[in-house]
Design a protein around this ligand. Structure first.
Ligand SMILES: Nc1ncnc2c1ncn2[C@@H]1O[C@H](COP(=O)(O)OP(=O)(O)OP(=O)(O)O)[C@@H](O)[C@H]1O
Length: 333
């Protein structure tokens, strides 16, 4: 894993090699958006979303997630950089690739006076590749999947935010898709609704769909993700397998000695190459780095000091993100 989006060249001359086409559902190089206002919303990012993954696209509010997703889907033109969806360049390949991609982005165009089912039927009818004979079944199944069957006839304008969000999801699920791009799908949902979205994502992923899902709430989607990408102020700060990221946090060690030995123990830790050695009463804190905890205890004992306690702690994913983004994540409920 490497800090993403920083080392590879940007620009339209980047070729997509054959292995990327089969291995990656989404790839970008140097993808950048500067709005006319001057705002640099997305700053040269290099996304790698492996096929078959559930990729959690995380970051605080305003970090550039929605703008990135809109560029991926051809809704916003990048200022520079390139993007491929399922191996097709965007936006040039949009006609080819978008029928294979389901998307939930802000403000889908639903008719306010029509119910959920009628809205889905309209969307379905606008899809030239959909068989009209099975239209009703597709709408009903999509409504069922998102738990909107009971509200199928209720006018859209009477839907709660959560119901609107569910209908947006249903629209993305009208057809089987190779890739689903969901921008903040849990927005406006209660805890039960959020759990249902997680379950749905897992089901879809189990059936082979790649899912790119954004959220500013780490804990809401983290558990279903196989991969994570963390945005902060327009940059992709880090991306990779969730498991690897979880283990990436820099471990800290806490060493407790007899009170009068703290100074000597601090020298031992510094001598071992540990950084940020700080004393707090009889306890020392330091970054463990590549040193094994056993080396620390052996060095203390070999220096003739009394080791009263030694603890190693790795920061949680949440602490790592706060460290990377410099901003607190909202903790879900
Ligand atoms: N059309 C626009 N014109 C100018 N600036 C914009 C526009 N759209 C977004 N921005 C700005 O770009 C930055 C990134 O916004 P974006 O919506 O992509 O972030 P986000 O990570 O999706 O945030 P959130 O979690 O709140 O949806 C923000 O500072 C935002 O104000």
């Amino acid at each position: 894993m490497r800090p993403a989006g920083s080392t590879e060249p940007a620009g339209a001359d980047v070729e997509l090699d054959a292995s990327d086409v089969t291995a990656l559902a989404v790839r970008t190089e140097g993808l950048t958006k500067r709005f006319r206002s001057g705002q640099l919303a997305v700053d040269g990012i290099g996304l790698r979303v492996p096929r078959g993954s559930v990729y959690g696209f995380l970051g605080p509010n305003g970090s550039g997630k929605t703008t990135t997703i809109r560029m991926l889907l051809g809704l916003v033109r990048p200022t520079s950089g390139v993007a491929w969806l399922l191996g097709e360049p965007m936006p040039d390949g949009a006609g080819h690739v978008l029928p294979r991609v389901g998307a939930l982005v802000e403000g889908p165009a639903f008719h306010p006076y029509l119910g959920g089912r009628a809205n889905l039927a309209r969307l379905d009818a606008s899809d030239a590749t959909a068989d009209p004979r099975t239209a009703r079944r597709r709408s009903d199944e999509a409504l069922e999947r998102v738990g909107l069957t009971a509200a199928a006839s209720k006018p859209y304008r009477q839907y709660s935010l959560g119901m609107k969000q569910r209908l947006g999801l249903a629209a993305a699920l009208l057809r089987p898709r190779e890739l689903l791009v969901l921008d903040e799908p849990t927005n406006g949902l209660d805890p039960q609704g959020t759990r249902e979205v997680r379950l749905l994502i897992r089901e879809l992923a189990d059936a082979g769909t790649t899912v790119l899902v954004s959220s500013h709430l780490l804990t809401e989607i983290e558990q279903v993700c196989t991969h994570l990408g963390i945005m902060g102020r327009g940059k992709l700060l880090v991306q990779g397998e969730r498991q690897v990221l979880t283990e990436r946090g820099v471990a800290r060690v806490t060493v407790t000695t007899a009170g009068e030995q703290v100074g000597a123990a601090a020298e031992v830790l510094t001598g071992l190459g540990l950084a940020e050695v700080l004393a707090d009463g009889v306890t020392l804190h330091a970054l463990l780095g590549a040193t094994a905890p056993e080396e620390v205890s052996a060095a203390i004992v070999n220096a003739g000091l009394d080791l009263v306690g030694l603890q190693v702690r790795r920061p949680s994913l949440e602490e790592l993100f706060v460290e990377l983004t410099g901003e607190g994540f909202d903790v879900a409920r």
